[in-house]
Design a protein around this ligand. Structure first.
Ligand SMILES: [Fe+2]
Ligand SMILES: [Fe+2]
Length: 193
């Protein structure tokens, strides 16, 4: 909001004029790329939720539905930021995710590798903000840096558990129940009362 003079020489508050520096084209393009990655992550986890659900893995399905929602929230946060900073968030077509997995272990390996890929993408984005001297966007992205540390750690600890279970069916049953508990805890963390 800025104080402007109208044609009668009177001062008024101009609510539309942006007083902060607009996003550079480079940053806008890089943020739009990340919007697409978060949207594709959301679709990937939604597809994993479906695969788990039709295979009777209720807990894993719930976990994946929650992950999918979280990725959509990550995408929306970026969308709002780009539009508020004078850019234009681009909603585009997305790469279709895989629809089936040979084992649930393979599915969680895919999730873990995907989170590593997202972390690398966030790191690259942070690097670009330094090059462009855009410290506001640099600051905004710190939330994503912290989030990726957490997501990688969660995916890694799940994979460790899966490796302990091996082919044990009873273990899989307990794991499915455990992961349901993890979903309840993480949704409390997202929506604190
Ligand atoms: Fe994300
Ligand atoms: Fe993620």
């Amino acid at each position: 909001m800025a104080l402007s003079k109208n044609r009668f020489g009177l001062f008024f508050f101009n609510f539309t004029k942006k007083t902060h520096i607009m996003l550079s084209k480079n940053i806008e393009t890089a943020l739009n790329k990340q919007i697409r990655i978060e949207a594709e992550s959301s679709q990937t986890y939604l597809s994993m939720a479906c695969w788990a659900e039709v295979h009777g893995l209720e807990g894993i399905a719930q976990f994946m539905y929650t992950q999918s929602d979280e990725e959509r929230a990550h995408m929306l946060k970026l969308v709002k930021y780009v539009n508020e900073r004078g850019g234009h968030a681009q909603i585009t077509d997305l790469k279709a995710p895989k629809t089936s997995y040979s084992t649930f272990k393979e599915m969680f390996e895919t999730l873990y590798n995907h989170e590593i890929f997202v972390s690398e993408s966030i790191n690259e984005l942070v690097h670009i903000t330094f090059e462009e001297k855009d410290y506001a966007t640099h600051n905004f992205l710190q939330w994503y840096v912290a989030e990726q540390i957490e997501e990688e750690a969660t995916a890694k600890s799940i994979l460790d558990k899966i490796n302990l279970i091996g082919d044990d069916k009873g273990g899989l049953y307990l794991f499915d129940r455990d992961i349901q508990q993890l979903t309840v805890t993480s949704s409390i963390a997202i929506n604190p009362k």
